[in-house]
Design a binder for this molecule. Structure first.
Ligand SMILES: [Zn+2]
Length: 175
Protein backbone atom coordinates (compact mmCIF):
# COMPACT_ATOMS: atom_id res chain seq x y z
CA UNK A 1 0.00 0.00 0.00
CA UNK A 2 1.20 3.51 -0.76
CA UNK A 3 2.16 5.26 2.51
CA UNK A 4 0.22 8.50 1.89
CA UNK A 5 -2.27 7.79 -0.85
CA UNK A 6 -0.62 10.50 -2.97
CA UNK A 7 0.40 8.14 -5.73
CA UNK A 8 -0.88 10.56 -8.38
CA UNK A 9 1.08 13.51 -6.98
CA UNK A 10 4.20 11.36 -6.50
CA UNK A 11 3.92 10.21 -10.10
CA UNK A 12 3.44 13.72 -11.53
CA UNK A 13 6.30 15.20 -9.49
CA UNK A 14 8.44 12.05 -9.81
CA UNK A 15 9.25 12.19 -6.12
CA UNK A 16 9.94 8.44 -6.00
CA UNK A 17 13.24 9.08 -7.79
CA UNK A 18 14.12 11.41 -4.89
CA UNK A 19 13.33 8.74 -2.30
CA UNK A 20 10.49 10.96 -1.06
CA UNK A 21 6.73 10.82 -0.90
CA UNK A 22 4.35 13.79 -0.95
CA UNK A 23 2.35 14.42 2.22
CA UNK A 24 0.88 17.84 1.40
CA UNK A 25 1.17 20.96 -0.76
CA UNK A 26 0.48 24.68 -0.57
CA UNK A 27 0.26 27.57 -3.01
CA UNK A 28 2.65 30.18 -1.60
CA UNK A 29 2.02 32.71 -4.38
CA UNK A 30 5.40 32.96 -6.08
CA UNK A 31 6.31 29.34 -5.28
CA UNK A 32 4.69 26.00 -4.64
CA UNK A 33 5.52 24.34 -1.35
CA UNK A 34 5.43 20.56 -1.37
CA UNK A 35 5.57 18.74 1.95
CA UNK A 36 7.42 15.46 1.61
CA UNK A 37 8.71 12.66 3.80
CA UNK A 38 11.62 10.30 3.14
CA UNK A 39 10.50 6.82 2.10
CA UNK A 40 13.37 5.29 4.11
CA UNK A 41 15.32 6.89 6.93
CA UNK A 42 19.10 6.49 7.05
CA UNK A 43 19.97 6.39 10.75
CA UNK A 44 23.73 5.77 10.59
CA UNK A 45 26.13 8.37 11.93
CA UNK A 46 28.06 10.11 9.11
CA UNK A 47 31.20 10.04 11.27
CA UNK A 48 31.39 6.47 12.62
CA UNK A 49 28.56 4.71 10.71
CA UNK A 50 27.00 3.41 13.95
CA UNK A 51 23.19 3.54 14.14
CA UNK A 52 21.86 6.54 16.05
CA UNK A 53 19.10 6.94 18.62
CA UNK A 54 16.17 9.02 17.39
CA UNK A 55 16.11 12.42 19.08
CA UNK A 56 13.70 14.76 17.26
CA UNK A 57 12.86 16.23 13.85
CA UNK A 58 13.82 19.36 11.96
CA UNK A 59 12.34 20.86 8.80
CA UNK A 60 14.73 20.92 5.88
CA UNK A 61 13.94 23.09 2.86
CA UNK A 62 15.18 22.15 -0.61
CA UNK A 63 14.84 23.76 -4.02
CA UNK A 64 13.40 21.30 -6.52
CA UNK A 65 12.50 21.49 -10.20
CA UNK A 66 9.90 24.11 -11.17
CA UNK A 67 6.36 22.72 -11.50
CA UNK A 68 3.95 24.21 -14.06
CA UNK A 69 6.13 27.32 -14.34
CA UNK A 70 6.47 28.04 -10.63
CA UNK A 71 9.50 27.58 -8.38
CA UNK A 72 9.11 24.63 -6.04
CA UNK A 73 10.23 24.21 -2.47
CA UNK A 74 10.33 20.83 -0.77
CA UNK A 75 9.71 20.90 2.95
CA UNK A 76 10.93 17.72 4.59
CA UNK A 77 10.52 16.52 8.12
CA UNK A 78 13.96 15.06 8.71
CA UNK A 79 14.86 12.91 11.71
CA UNK A 80 17.74 13.87 13.97
CA UNK A 81 19.69 11.29 15.91
CA UNK A 82 22.12 11.11 18.78
CA UNK A 83 25.18 8.98 18.01
CA UNK A 84 25.21 6.00 20.38
CA UNK A 85 28.95 5.44 20.00
CA UNK A 86 30.66 6.98 23.07
CA UNK A 87 33.98 7.17 21.18
CA UNK A 88 32.52 9.20 18.30
CA UNK A 89 33.17 12.93 18.06
CA UNK A 90 29.73 13.49 16.54
CA UNK A 91 26.92 13.87 19.09
CA UNK A 92 23.91 14.80 16.93
CA UNK A 93 23.28 14.25 13.24
CA UNK A 94 20.48 14.60 10.72
CA UNK A 95 19.36 11.73 8.55
CA UNK A 96 21.09 11.91 5.16
CA UNK A 97 18.90 12.04 2.06
CA UNK A 98 19.45 10.23 -1.23
CA UNK A 99 18.22 13.29 -3.17
CA UNK A 100 20.57 15.97 -1.80
CA UNK A 101 23.95 16.28 -0.15
CA UNK A 102 24.00 17.01 3.57
CA UNK A 103 23.58 20.76 4.05
CA UNK A 104 22.83 21.40 0.36
CA UNK A 105 19.99 23.71 -0.69
CA UNK A 106 19.39 22.10 -4.10
CA UNK A 107 18.30 18.57 -4.91
CA UNK A 108 20.73 16.64 -7.08
CA UNK A 109 18.31 16.78 -9.98
CA UNK A 110 18.12 20.58 -9.75
CA UNK A 111 21.91 20.77 -9.92
CA UNK A 112 21.85 18.61 -13.06
CA UNK A 113 18.98 20.71 -14.47
CA UNK A 114 20.90 23.98 -13.99
CA UNK A 115 23.91 22.53 -15.79
CA UNK A 116 21.69 21.36 -18.67
CA UNK A 117 19.94 24.74 -18.96
CA UNK A 118 23.20 26.71 -18.95
CA UNK A 119 25.46 24.41 -20.97
CA UNK A 120 23.05 22.78 -23.43
CA UNK A 121 20.08 25.14 -23.79
CA UNK A 122 22.23 28.28 -23.48
CA UNK A 123 19.79 29.69 -20.95
CA UNK A 124 21.17 32.65 -18.99
CA UNK A 125 22.03 32.41 -15.31
CA UNK A 126 19.39 35.08 -14.66
CA UNK A 127 16.62 33.13 -16.41
CA UNK A 128 17.65 29.88 -14.74
CA UNK A 129 17.71 31.56 -11.33
CA UNK A 130 14.29 33.12 -11.95
CA UNK A 131 12.77 29.76 -12.93
CA UNK A 132 14.02 28.28 -9.65
CA UNK A 133 13.29 31.37 -7.53
CA UNK A 134 16.88 31.54 -6.27
CA UNK A 135 19.93 33.78 -6.74
CA UNK A 136 22.47 33.49 -9.53
CA UNK A 137 25.24 32.40 -7.17
CA UNK A 138 23.26 29.33 -6.09
CA UNK A 139 22.62 28.46 -9.75
CA UNK A 140 26.34 28.72 -10.48
CA UNK A 141 27.22 26.52 -7.53
CA UNK A 142 24.62 23.94 -8.54
CA UNK A 143 25.92 23.76 -12.11
CA UNK A 144 29.53 23.46 -10.99
CA UNK A 145 28.58 20.71 -8.51
CA UNK A 146 26.75 18.79 -11.25
CA UNK A 147 29.70 19.15 -13.63
CA UNK A 148 32.11 17.97 -10.92
CA UNK A 149 29.89 14.95 -10.18
CA UNK A 150 29.84 14.05 -13.89
CA UNK A 151 33.63 14.10 -14.01
CA UNK A 152 33.93 12.02 -10.82
CA UNK A 153 31.36 9.52 -12.09
CA UNK A 154 33.44 8.78 -15.19
CA UNK A 155 36.91 10.38 -15.22
CA UNK A 156 37.61 8.80 -18.62
CA UNK A 157 35.51 11.60 -20.18
CA UNK A 158 38.44 13.90 -19.57
CA UNK A 159 41.29 11.50 -20.34
CA UNK A 160 44.28 13.54 -21.48
CA UNK A 161 42.85 16.86 -20.26
CA UNK A 162 45.36 18.56 -18.01
CA UNK A 163 43.16 21.36 -16.68
CA UNK A 164 39.76 22.94 -17.16
CA UNK A 165 37.83 25.99 -16.07
CA UNK A 166 34.08 25.73 -15.72
CA UNK A 167 32.48 29.09 -15.17
CA UNK A 168 29.00 30.47 -15.68
CA UNK A 169 28.92 34.21 -15.75
CA UNK A 170 26.57 36.19 -13.61
CA UNK A 171 24.02 37.99 -15.76
CA UNK A 172 23.52 36.94 -19.35
CA UNK A 173 26.83 35.45 -20.29
CA UNK A 174 28.17 32.03 -19.56
CA UNK A 175 31.12 29.94 -20.67
ZN1 LIG B 1 29.12 8.53 15.42
Amino acid sequence: MHPTGNLVADTICRTAELGLTITGAADAGTATIIDVAPVAVADSCPECRCPGVKRDHVTRRLVDLPAVGFPTRLHLRVSRFTCANPDCSRRIFQASLPCADDGAKLTHRVSRWTLQRLAIDRMSVTATAKALGVGGELVNRGAVTAARNLVYADPSHLAGVRGAVLRFWGVDEHV
